[in-house]
Structure formats: structure tokens, C-alpha cells
Design a protein around this ligand. Structure first.
Ligand SMILES: [Zn+2]
Length: 307
């Protein structure tokens, strides 16, 4: 990308001409009757806007922010005979700060752009599109988001999460990620994991020496809001996983009244069958108590295939 600031060495008239013909401002300058003297007085700031616009779609970390002021994005607004500059936070700034609130996160940095609501005009910041099949879930989340701020002051309010089930690629992970980002921005400490990766990580840590670092399981137990994505796909039919880990985790969280969100390709009845490992009576008891914890923690919502 060309360094726009090199142009500053060129004669002023040339730069005014360049600005007046730039696609970003051309019409606005005419419509708002901005004169050349005003443009001249603001050349540097206008170049900063062009620079930040040029890099708008470049994915980057805070340490490599290409904007004229790292972490900030300069934009411009025209009014009649008036130029107004507006500084917004660059997406990298938000990521640097709110991503700290993820105690555990296994989704890629790109998904930190997922928003629950339209919060910025940055086209790169995807937000959840209201689709009829998502309405019920989004309504629930809206109430959840309103109530959770009270929950911080009064942790006895029951904050039920969701068990979102539906076929693959209907947007379950997307919705969960968007909500997790919203909560992380509000300073809630979040753990977010794909259930399979979580199970594998616990398995691989099983025999390692004990350190002072809190164990992954403890992070998941204590996180203010927990997201378990894709439950039931972990292909781990051991009672260790079902009873010692999953049940233990969900039991702890339901007793501590800690909001928990689960997504799955399977409905509750299918989940029952998946975790009935030995198909014996004792098994049913274990499965039933697991399901009971899920239903205590979560409201079940079905996300249907988009027709
Ligand atoms: Zn940036």
C-alpha cells in the first residue's frame, strides 16, 4: 500500500486537487460547499483519514496497527462549510483489551469481530443478522444481556444460559461467539471451548505434573460465563469424561449459579443416548443426572435450518 503521507511533499494545490477528486470526499465537498482554504488547513488530517480508510480491511494486531494513530481510526464528516474529524477505536484496540477477558478461548482471532448487535460502522465487524429462525434465540439473549448487569451486583439472580441445538452450519457457534464477545467487552471473564478440544486437552494434561497454574477444568468451573460448543461430538465414551469431567463441571456451575451456554448438533434425547455408555441401569442414573444439570443451567432452544 502506497504511503499517502509522501504526498505531503507535493505542492499544496496538487494535494487540494487530489482531495477534491478523491472518491471518499468528492461529492461531500461539493454538496457541503467546502472551500479550498478549509481543505488546505486540514490536509494532514484528511490524509490520516485516507490512510486509515486504505487499511480498513487489513487484519492486524494492535502492535502492527497501520492507522495514523495506532489503535485509532480517523474518519471524517462534512456539514455545510464545515469539516469534522472523528476518532474511533480501531478493531485491534478492542481486541487487545477485551480479549484479555477470555480466560480460555479456542476460536480464532477473526471471530473476535463477531458482534451481537450493530455496534460500529466498520463493515468488517459482522453482526448477527436477524433471521426469523433466530428471532427467539436473539430475543432470549437480549433479555439475558439486559439482566446480566444486575447479576453482577446480585449474583443470586438465576441467569439461565441456553442449550442451542440444531443441524450443523445453522449458525450456533456464530451466535455463541457473538454473545461471548459482547460479554467479554462488558468485562465478564469467559471460558469458551469446542467440547472436543476441551476433552482432548484435559486428557493430554491428565498425567502431567501439578503446577501452580489453575487447571483447565478449574478455569471452566470458575469462569463467570462458560460456553461449551458442539457438545456430543467429542466421541469420548468414557465414564471419566461424562461423570468426572462433564457432570462435575456442570454440577459445580449449577450450584454456584454461573451462567452456562451449550451448543450441540443433537437434541436432549439424542444427548441422552450418546452418553449412555454401557446401556445399563446405573448408566441411566448417571445420564439422567447429567441431563438434569444441563436443564438446570440452560433453557433449550432449537435453531432450525434456514429454509
Ligand atoms: Zn488497528
Amino acid at each position: 500500500m502506497e504511503n499517502i503521507f509522501k504526498k505531503l511533499k507535493k505542492p499544496v494545490n496538487e494535494n487540494i486537487y487530489f482531495i477534491k477528486n478523491h472518491k471518499l470526499f468528492k461529492n461531500e465537498i461539493l454538496e457541503n460547499k467546502i472551500n479550498d482554504l478549509d481543505i488546505e488547513a486540514n490536509i494532514l488530517n484528511i490524509f490520516r483519514v485516507i490512510n486509515d480508510y486504505n487499511f480498513e480491511y487489513l487484519k492486524h494486531d494492535f502492535s502492527k496497527c497501520p492507522n495514523s494513530t495506532p489503535g485509532t481510526k480517523s474518519t471524517i464528516l462534512f456539514e455545510l462549510k464545515k469539516i469534522i474529524f472523528i476518532e474511533k477505536k480501531c478493531h485491534c484496540y478492542a481486541h487487545k483489551f477485551f480479549s484479555k477477558n477470555y480466560l480460555y478461548r479456542d476460536f480464532p482471532n477473526n471471530s473476535l469481530h463477531f458482534n451481537l448487535y450493530k455496534e460500529s460502522k466498520n463493515k468488517k465487524d459482522k453482526c448477527l443478522i436477524i433471521k426469523p429462525e433466530r428471532n427467539e434465540i436473539l430475543r432470549y439473549l437480549k433479555t439475558f444481556c439486559t439482566n446480566i448487569s444486575n447479576y453482577k451486583q446480585n449474583p443470586h439472580i438465576i441467569m439461565k444460559g441456553l442449550f442451542v441445538c440444531g443441524p450443523p452450519s445453522v449458525g450456533k457457534t456464530y451466535i455463541m461467539t457473538a454473545l461471548a464477545n459482547w460479554l467479554a467487552k462488558k468485562n465478564f471473564k469467559i471460558a469458551f471451548a469446542n467440547t472436543t478440544s476441551f476433552a482432548n486437552e484435559l486428557k493430554s494434561n491428565f498425567n502431567t505434573t501439578i503446577t501452580n497454574k489453575p487447571s483447565t477444568l478449574n478455569i471452566f468451573k470458575e469462569a463467570e460465563v462458560l460456553f461449551l460448543d458442539d457438545l456430543g461430538n467429542e466421541n469420548n465414551n468414557s465414564s471419566w469424561w461424562r461423570d468426572d469431567i462433564l457432570f462435575n463441571l456442570l454440577d459445580y456451575r449449577s450450584k454456584a449459579n454461573l451462567p452456562t451456554f451449550i451448543s450441540s448438533n443433537f437434541n436432549i434425547n439424542q444427548i441422552k443416548k450418546i452418553y449412555a455408555i454401557h446401556k445399563e441401569f446405573t448408566d441411566n442414573v448417571q445420564v439422567d443426572r447429567l441431563i438434569k444439570r444441563i436443564l438446570t443451567l440452560c433453557e433449550v432452544k432449537i435453531l432450525k435450518q434456514i429454509s
